[in-house]
Structure formats: structure tokens, C-alpha cells
Design a protein around this ligand. Structure first.
Ligand code: CP3
Length: 358
């Protein structure tokens, strides 16, 4: 019988990434890269030549294979499941499409109360079971490498609402901001529904075996700090409070928050309840440590464009980041996702440099 009175602690055999999340002293930080699987890899292009992106995500065998590609090629300390933040929006009742030219689009973007009321709170297994199937297989695949972590993720309520209201990626944010100014209560209603959806979705991922979850608030930086406090922070808090962060056997599942354009929001992010804050390249790690001293761990934050620099330039940038990050409460990563066209040799160089092999 497990001793339920024992407080949850990070077990010594937890993967390096999890130990870093909880501030254990390590011989080196773990490293993984946001969007580490993708078109910059020839192995990915080969799978993509035969299947479209949505099919790849929804076919667990393909998703598992693609999730493992960067791990097999470069040996990162974590595998993130190959999927997309927009599948829960589809599960709520919208139509999702990806095209090479425009990227993702959600048809009939939300514009009215009726549009929002029509959305359902989907059962994550019934509607997005392909993600959990891929996770279960990945966890089994990684069982022989207990130091490698499996990461699950979701988009934040605000970022998903932005996609659902704009209908896709946006440069001007006219519709989401109009709704925020003209009908804030309606926006709150949508954000509340999204929070419920994401809690169920991430808890299903935790049940399927992830070691860590990351919430992507890629559009969290397009507002003022006051607006962040009103429309973004409460829903991040709600999501993090709703997650099963301690498993029945006492294992703790750390949660990470990434916000793009986060410099003005760091102190607010630190109130979200996340264990780890993933910051973009515009905030020096040392400054972040000073501003949010209570946060257990930081993740980041090399400029994704630095991976296009020649190794003589890239090497010292990585070293400076590592010196700033240290060996305690730090996860080496980029400040945003790997860009298309990134030289694979530079990704290998970065991973090996952090792991002390280059
Ligand atoms: O990190 C990983 O390897 C896991 C995979 C992953 C993808 N999308 C695969 C993907 C993750 C974590 C995401 C999250 C995601 N998706 C975010 C948050 C992270 C961020 O970048 O800010 C966002 C905003 C999306 C929405 C989305 N999906 C966009 C804007 C695009 C088009 C961008 C592009 O690169 O073309 C996608 C498509 C997408 N998601 C691709 C991949 C590999 C490209 C698909 C292809 O054409 O092959």
C-alpha cells in the first residue's frame, strides 16, 4: 500500500526535465526545443510528402514516429507529442483546415453569442483520443529511457479564443480586440468554456502518461498588462488549478507556461500557478530571475533565428545562455519554436553543446 501521508516529492528516478522543473541541482540542464519536430527535418518532409498535416496528427502511428524523429536524430532530453493546439477547437464544434499557404484556418469564425453558445465542452477521449493514443505509445517507447521526459501541451484559452475569433493566424487582431472592447462579457464566456475544455484535455494527457504539460499562450503578448490581468491571467490560473498535478502514486506533473512577447507580463505570469515559466528571447534570463525570484524554474530562451548563425557565433550565444540559466531550476530551450529552414546541423550542435558533447 502506498503511504498516502507521505508528501509528494520528486522521485530520484524522475526524468532530468522533471527534476529541473522542481529546482533540483543537476550536473547540466535538460534541453528540448519547442516545435522540435517539423519541416526543417528531412525525415519530417518524407512523412509529410505522403500525408497532410492533419492526417499525420490524427494517425497515432505517424504522430508517434514524427514525435520521435528529433529525439532520434539529436537526442533531446524530452519528446513532445506531435499535434497542434487547434484540435480542441475542432472538438468544440469548429471546422479546422491547414493549407501550405495560409497555415491553419478555422471556418465560420466566432462572431456572436449564438456562435459561442453552440460550442460544446468535448470529451477529450471521444473527440481527441488520437492524442492520448499517441501519448500512450510514446510513453511505452520511452520506458527504456527513463531519463527522457514526455511532454503534453495545449493552447491557452486566450490564444485559442484568438484563433477561433480571427479564423486563423492574424497580424492585426481586429476581431478578438473588437470583441474584447465591445462585448467583454461575451469574450469571458468563451474563455470560460475554453478553460473547461483545456482542463479536461490536459488531464486526459496526464492520465495517458505525460511527465510535464506546457500551456502555449502564443498570443498572450498582444495586450496590455491590465488586459492580461483581466482576460488572460484568470483563465491560466483556472486551467492550472484544475489539473491533476499530483498522480495517485504521488508523482508530480510540473506545468509550464509559455507566453510570446512576455516581457511586460513576467510578474503576472508568475501569478498563474505554473511551476515553470518559458520566456522568449527578449528577456535576459538573469533579468527574469531577478523579477520573478519565486518561480521554481525558467525555460528558454535562445532566439530561434540564432540557429541560422554560423557555429562561431552560435556557440558563444548558447554558452552565454547556459551561464545565465545555471544548473538549478533551468531548462534550456529556444525562446519560440524552431523555424522552417533551420539547418539541422545547428540544432544538433545546440543540443550537444548543452549536453556537454560539443
Ligand atoms: O513542438 C513540437 O514538435 C510539437 C508540435 C507542435 C506543432 N504545433 C506542430 C505543427 C506544437 C507544440 C504546436 C503548437 C502550436 N500550433 C502553436 C503554439 C506554439 C507556437 O508556435 O506559438 C500554435 C500557435 C499553433 C498553430 C499553428 N499550427 C500554426 C500557426 C501553424 C502554421 C505555422 C507553420 O509553421 O507553418 C501550424 C501548423 C503546424 N503545427 C506545423 C507543425 C509541424 C506545420 C505543418 C506542416 O505544414 O507540415
Amino acid at each position: 500500500m502506498p503511504d498516502v501521508a507521505t508528501p509528494p516529492s520528486v522521485s530520484l528516478d524522475a526524468p532530468r526535465l522533471v527534476r529541473a522543473c522542481f529546482g533540483e541541482v543537476l550536473d547540466r540542464p535538460p534541453v528540448w526545443l519547442m516545435r522540435q519536430a517539423g519541416r526543417y527535418m528531412p525525415e519530417y518532409q518524407a512523412v509529410r510528402a505522403k500525408s497532410d498535416f492533419i492526417t499525420m496528427c490524427k494517425t497515432p502511428d505517424l504522430a508517434v514516429d514524427v514525435s520521435l524523429q528529433p529525439y532520434r536524430a539529436f537526442g533531446m532530453d524530452a519528446v513532445i507529442v506531435f499535434s497542434d493546439i487547434l484540435f480542441p477547437c475542432e472538438a468544440m464544434g469548429m471546422t479546422l483546415q491547414f493549407t501550405d499557404k495560409v497555415g491553419p484556418s478555422l471556418h465560420d469564425p466566432l462572431r456572436s453569442a449564438a456562435d459561442i453558445d453552440r460550442l460544446i465542452i468535448p470529451d477529450p477521449i471521444e473527440k481527441t483520443g488520437f492524442v492520448m493514443d499517441a501519448l500512450r505509445t510514446l510513453r511505452a517507447e520511452l520506458s527504456s529511457n527513463p531519463d527522457t521526459a514526455l511532454i503534453g501541451f495545449a493552447g491557452s484559452p486566450w490564444t485559442l479564443a484568438s484563433y477561433m475569433i480571427e479564423g486563423g493566424s492574424s497580424k492585426m487582431y481586429v476581431h478578438i480586440k473588437s470583441l474584447m472592447y465591445n462585448e467583454p462579457q461575451l469574450l469571458h464566456r468563451l474563455l470560460g468554456k475554453l478553460s473547461e475544455t483545456i482542463i479536461l484535455y490536459l488531464n486526459a494527457q496526464i492520465d495517458a502518461g505525460v511527465h510535464m504539460v506546457q500551456l502555449f499562450d502564443s498570443w498572450g503578448g498582444i495586450v496590455s498588462p491590465d488586459q492580461y490581468r483581466e482576460f488572460i491571467l484568470p483563465y491560466q490560473q483556472q486551467v492550472f488549478a484544475g489539473l491533476n498535478r499530483t498522480k495517485p502514486d504521488g508523482t508530480r506533473v510540473p506545468v509550464t507556461l509559455y507566453v510570446n512577447g512576455s516581457n511586460p507580463m513576467l510578474e503576472l505570469m508568475a501569478e498563474s500557478g505554473a511551476d515553470v515559466l518559458s520566456i522568449d528571447w527578449q528577456t535576459p534570463l538573469a533579468q527574469a530571475r531577478q523579477r520573478i525570484p519565486k518561480t521554481l524554474a525558467l525555460q528558454g530562451n535562445l532566439d530561434p533565428n540564432a540557429l541560422f548563425a554560423k557555429p562561431e557565433v552560435l556557440g558563444p550565444m548558447i554558452d552565454a545562455m547556459l551561464a545565465d540559466g545555471g544548473n538549478t531550476g533551468y531548462i534550456a530551450n529556444l525562446g519560440h519554436g524552431v523555424l522552417q529552414g533551420t539547418p539541422t546541423e545547428h540544432v544538433r550542435f545546440m543540443v550537444q553543446r548543452i549536453q556537454g558533447k560539443a
